[in-house]
Design a protein around this ligand. Structure first.
Ligand code: COA
Ligand code: AMP
Length: 639
């Protein structure tokens, strides 16, 4: 582990020298003289005196360096039967025009812009156009319903929204614009303008005086020059699920982000100028932000924007077809996507139909990579399959195999080793470090590196309360796990009410709020249950109010429909069981942790304070997974 060990030790010895050197790969309008502002702990700011424009780093500078004719973006859309390429020159021009269009709607530096769009090039253009103006984008995933979008509109208070008339799922059209209209009706804050891409599959009605046609406004707009911003200015807000129903607005700054993206693209993913990176994730998630949009372009690589699924568009060979068609060097997706492919093509026969000689590695993240999926992908591709562990909050891998630096041995069930910038410690409930091999709370020593969240949007207190208050001097990841004797990290799952469904992060608390609002529900709990395909799926448990006259099946159907309408189809809540009671302590607290561990296929310690142990036994059959995600790997070291 020479190159990795050297890099990690360089960082550990002098973090500011390490990140100061990494910052040289970024083009600044005012280069940093100060690397880290430590004046106001626990708030840290990277490159506090520097200035840059992120879109210039992603686009213009590559044109200036003579790579204008190189492909920057490939749009591959099996759901519409189209594929399109944009060179760096074309993408720069399109972004500069879109920035002008947004400016004509009143958007300027520091203003927020919500982007609610499917996987089309205009979505990437909209994000980069905001970056060009110094405006702050907030992309909302299309699988969320109008009330979730409204909550984000009220929190971010955008001046404008960029949307599309519709999205295309394999079996149906998703009417984005009507959902946006409904969200704006629901929200207290009203954006002044909406810029809408009319797709031919389903055009939408534009509201006079508020809505503008993208084609009309952007095509005619003159190019807008880039606006230099402070490195510490926000580039975007990305909302993610917390333990409560209220999403957390993760803030990403401009300078730290650019440095971290450039460093990780080269040293973690091994991608440089002219290479082809494909992160098959929706742009509404962190993976889409970091490794579909920003990092490949910042590195001068080609990125693939794929509007389709791993299976069904048209078959389980779709990923291999895209790799062969576009010469993809690195594929990054979620384990669920591989499980979907494996289910349809268990013998990996479709893999052999395509020329995958360009592919160097498969990276997987977003949820636990079960050893069976790791083994299947390794056998099918004959390449390194690299589990990397991170979160929306960190923006880039906390732990990975440092593929760009060197090949290190991989261990099934482990996301390998900490990346420079991250000092992972495993703590017990009292905040003491546990011995190697013992399970505990995965925590990161402060300060966090460039690229990780500096705070939550307009809520420093919540940032501290959510992440920094459990253990002084540490960031609490919310994941449990252990480090082995070689410092490999094994992430075993969330220790809170966040659940992970098909690589999508959701809040059990927000689903509980929807169930609890039903007039026939006295009490409820939502727990993530291990699922062989999606990793986890939410399972609802409700106690009916005495006197309420409703059949359990009717109540279940009603609750499933309500969660779909209030949170969105992505919640994937399909089963709600009516139970006589929920397990509680004698003081009335619902034993969520115990239910969570039971649902995860573990044998939880039952607290002595339990009010009635027979209640837990009664719900056990509802929660215990029929067939857990293959084996759960080593739940305890060696076990
Ligand atoms: N817009 C609107 N609806 C969407 C959507 C979007 N962008 N994405 C998903 N949905 C809908 C789906 O159509 C589905 O609706 P349905 O209940 O009517 O069938 C529902 O949300 C659940 O979607 P999903 O959990 O994705 O299940 P799926 O069966 O449609 O697809 C996979 C399963 C594995 C193919 C898909 O989840 C996948 O590709 N996952 C990769 C994970 C990923 O990208 N993670 C991001 C971080 S790396
Ligand atoms: P998100 O913020 O959507 O990226 O989700 C982050 C959460 O997904 C983490 O806190 C983990 O619970 C889970 N996760 C992400 N990557 C991995 C991984 N490689 N192994 C295990 N869990 C992961």
């Amino acid at each position: 582990m020479d190159a990795y060990q050297r890099a990690y030790e360089d960082w550990l010895t002098d973090p500011e020298a390490f990140w100061g050197a990494a910052a040289r790969s970024v083009t600044w309008t005012r280069p940093p003289r100060r690397i880290l502002d430590r004046d106001r702990p626990p708030f840290y700011r990277w490159f506090p005196d520097a200035e840059l424009n992120t879109s210039v780093n992603a686009l213009d500078r590559h044109v200036e360096a003579g790579r204008g004719e190189q492909t920057a973006l490939v749009y591959d859309s099996p759901v519409t039967g189209t594929a399109r390429r944009y060179t760096f020159t074309q993408l720069t021009e399109e972004v500069a025009r879109a920035a002008s269009a947004l400016a004509s709607l009143g958007v300027g530096r520091g203003d927020r812009v919500i982007v609610y769009m499917p996987m089309i090039p205009e979505a990437v253009v909209a994000m980069l156009a905001c970056a060009r103006l110094g405006a702050v984008h907030s992309v909302v995933f299309g699988g969320f319903a109008a009330p979730e979008l409204a909550a984000r509109i009220d929190d971010a208070r955008p001046k404008a929204v960029v949307a599309a008339s519709c999205g295309i799922e394999p079996t149906r059209l998703v009417p984005y614009k009507p959902m946006l209209d409904e969200a704006i009706d629901l929200a207290t804050h009203k954006p002044v303008a909406c810029l809408v891409v009319q797709r031919e599959q389903q055009r939408c009605v534009l509201v006079a005086g508020r809505d503008h046609d993208w084609e009309h406004l952007v095509t005619a707009a003159p190019p807008h020059p880039p606006v230099p911003v402070a490195a510490t200015d926000p580039l975007y807000i990305l909302y993610t699920s917390g333990t409560t129903g209220r999403p957390k607005g993760i803030v990403r700054d401009n300078g730290g982000h650019a440095v971290a993206m450039a460093w990780s693209m080269r040293n973690v993913y091994g991608i440089g100028p002219g290479d082809v990176m494909w992160a098959a994730s929706d742009i509404g998630w962190a993976v889409g932000h970091s490794y579909t949009v920003y990092a490949p372009l910042l590195a001068g690589a080609t990125t693939i924007l794929y509007e389709g699924k791993p299976v069904g568009t048209p078959d389980a060979g779709a990923f291999w077809r895209v790799i062969a068609d576009h010469g993809v060097n690195v594929l990054f997706t979620a384990p669920t996507a591989i499980r979907a492919i494996k289910k349809e093509d268990p013998g990996a026969e479709l893999v052999g139909r395509y020329d995958l000689s360009s592919l160097r590695a498969l990276f997987l993240a977003g949820e636990r990579l079960d050893p069976a999926t790791f083994d299947w992908a390794t056998d099918a591709l004959g390449l390194p399959v690299i589990d990397n562990w991170w979160q929306t909050e960190t923006g880039w891998p906390v732990a990975s195999s440092p593929f760009g630096l060197e090949r290190i041995p991989l261990k099934a069930g482990s996301a390998s080793v900490p990346m420079p910038g991250y000092d992972i410690r495993v703590l017990d409930a009292e905040g003491a470090e546990v011995p190697r091999g013992t399970e505990g709370a995965l925590c990161l020593r402060l300060p966090l590196p460039p690229g990780a969240l500096p705070t939550l949007w307009e809520d420093d207190d919540r940032y501290v309360a959510s992440y920094l208050s459990a253990f002084d001097g540490y960031y609490l990841t919310g994941d449990g796990g252990f480090l082995d004797e070689d410092r490999y990290v094994f992430v075993l799952g969330r220790t809170d009410d966040v659940i992970n469904v098909a690589g999508h992060r959701l809040s059990a608390g927000s689903m509980e709020a929807v169930l609890a609002a039903h007039p026939a529900v006295a009490e409820c709990a939502v727990v993530g249950v291990a699922d062989p395909f999606k990793g986890q799926v939410p399972r609802g448990l409700v106690v009916i109010k005495s006197g309420a006259e409703i059949a359990p099946q009717a109540l279940e159907a009603d609750l499933v429909a309500r969660v779909r309408a209030e949170i969105g189809p992505v919640a994937s809540l399909r089963r709600v069981d009516v139970v006589a009671a929920l397990p509680k302590t004698r003081s009335g607290k619902i034993l969520r942790r115990v239910m969570r561990e039971l649902a995860d296929g573990r044998s939880p310690a039952i607290p002595s304070t339990i009010e009635d142990a027979s209640v837990l036994e009664a719900i056990r059959p509802v929660l215990v997974p029929d067939s857990p995600v293959s084996d759960r790997g080593p739940l305890s070291p060696g076990g």
